[in-house]
Write a protein that binds this ligand. Structure first.
Ligand code: ACO
Length: 330
């Protein structure tokens, strides 16, 4: 703890992706689908799938360790760990406990379950903690969606992949978080859900038999609401920053479906060349998708210090979250 800072800056970042690939050709052998359909309807060609020794916590720890190193810090410098995930290591304790143990942290930790909006949620929460006196907060979006995807459901099996992205947020009087918007419409809770395994429908032989521990999705309804949520949330965020889409150097949407991304970007009047899109290679990695796309572009030099980056996600809940940040690369 130290003197109160007025803002937050991303000072370190890291990404973790499993080696194992699941291509559309692989899926053709497993379910009734084909490469042309998947590419045309989703933009996805392959996804990364966690191996037997990998889990949400191992991927999160790899990304988190890289972020701490990149920030030039040691684990004892971290004041708080937040892990965003819908695929926790296990129901109890929270995933942050396992990640903290792996990273050698003894600070407080908790998980956020805001689905694909999770990384932006934890960015906003982490920045608030820095304004309360903390110096460094580690935020990680990590998922092993392959573990909750029904291999026999061709509506979802084609979409999801595994991975993690992490950022160290550090107290700074030069605030990088220019504006944000968080929301949730719980009336849409059923359109994207894992129905069993919680207090309402505890695990039993019947829930397993009914495949209730897998992700169920009403794809078209998610699609329709997703475009609206991303566009409205992005607009609110730009308004709060006192600016508009012309000031956005990079748009980093949640990587759910190329058609959702293109439709939202077009409505926001953001040209395709200013959208960061990697869905072809990684599919939908939920809370990991935005940090993976952002940090890949930081590392290859597309995103430069001073660039204004609009992050926007939506997911189960139905949650949405947007943030306008100024990349400083400190
Ligand atoms: N391969 C081949 N054909 C298929 C497949 C498949 N994998 N899946 C469905 N079809 C068929 C259907 O049976 C249907 O055939 P019919 O016309 O003979 O009945 C036809 O293709 C069209 O099916 P739709 O379900 O209408 O396909 P749609 O164009 O809606 O695409 C998709 C489905 C890709 C799932 C789309 O709805 C979508 O991307 N929705 C949003 C999903 C999303 O963003 N999810 C993530 C949210 S956040 C989070 O993940 C946590």
């Amino acid at each position: 703890m130290g003197a109160l800072a007025s803002g937050a800056a991303i000072t370190g970042w890291g990404v973790a992706l499993p080696e194992q690939r699941l291509t559309n050709a692989d899926l053709e052998r497993l379910i009734d689908t084909n490469d042309a359909w998947i590419v045309e309807r989703t933009g996805i060609s392959e996804r990364r799938i966690a191996g037997p020794d990998e889990s949400t916590a191992t991927l999160a720890s790899t990304a988190g360790a890289a972020a701490i190193k990149r920030a030039g810090l040691t684990p004892s410098d971290i004041d708080l760990l937040i892990v965003a995930t819908v695929t926790p290591e296990q129901p109890v304790p929270h995933t942050g406990a396992f990640v903290g143990e792996r990273l050698g942290l003894s600070c407080g930790s908790f998980d956020i379950n805001a689905a694909c909006s999770g990384f932006v949620y934890e960015l906003v929460v982490g920045a608030a903690m820095l304004r309360s006196g903390m110096r460094h907060v580690l935020v990680i979006g990590a998922e092993t969606l392959s573990r909750i995807t029904d291999p026999e459901d061709r509506g979802t099996a084609i979409l999801f992949g595994d991975g993690a992205g992490a950022a160290v947020l550090s107290a700074s009087d030069n605030d990088s978080l220019l504006a944000w918007d968080l929301g949730c419409d719980g009336s849409a809770a059923d359109i994207l859900a894992v129905p069993a395994g919680g207090s309402r429908l505890p695990a039993s032989a019947a829930t397993v038999e009914a495949r209730g521990h897998y992700l169920k999705m009403q794809g078209q309804e998610v699609f329709r609401r997703a475009v609206r949520a991303v566009v409205e949330s992005a607009r609110v965020t730009l308004e709060r920053a006192g600016t508009d889409a012309s000031a956005v150097d990079w748009f980093v949407p949640h990587q759910a479906n190329i058609r959702i991304i293109e439709s939202a970007a077009a409505r926001l009047a953001i040209p395709p060349e200013r959208c960061l899109v990697n869905i072809a290679r990684f599919g939908n990695t939920s809370s990991a998708s935005i940090p993976i796309a952002l940090f890949e572009a930081v590392d290859d030099g597309r995103v430069k210090p001073g660039d204004r980056v609009l992050l926007s996600g939506f997911g189960a809940g139905m949650t949405w979250a947007s943030a306008l940040i100024e990349w400083r690369g400190e």
